[in-house]
Design a protein around this ligand. Sequence first.
Ligand code: CU
Length: 109
Amino acid sequence: MPVPDGAKTSAVYGEIQNPKEMENSILAVTSNQYKIVEFHTMTTDNEGIMRMRKREFPINLHPKETIKLERNGTHLMLYDREMKEGNLEIQIHFSDGFVMKQIVEKKSL
Ligand SMILES: [Cu+2]
């Protein structure tokens, strides 16, 4: 999951999979380096312009369902960076109590 380094706001792309063989939902996403993490989707307005829309939690997932995070689709948006050393990590909190940790690779713009 590459993300530009140094920005106050970043978007994250990649994949999130429900690891369980049952319905599950994402209650929240947190990060060690950003105060706020939101799920966004892209929609096209009636003038043909792509706009981001916030998706509210919980986000329900079927067994083993994968959400693809991509530039023109659903993505994670990170706000309000706190300056900290080390890897950028996100934690995905599922309704069954499972917390999935993912390291996000950073790259320079
Ligand atoms: Cu966004």
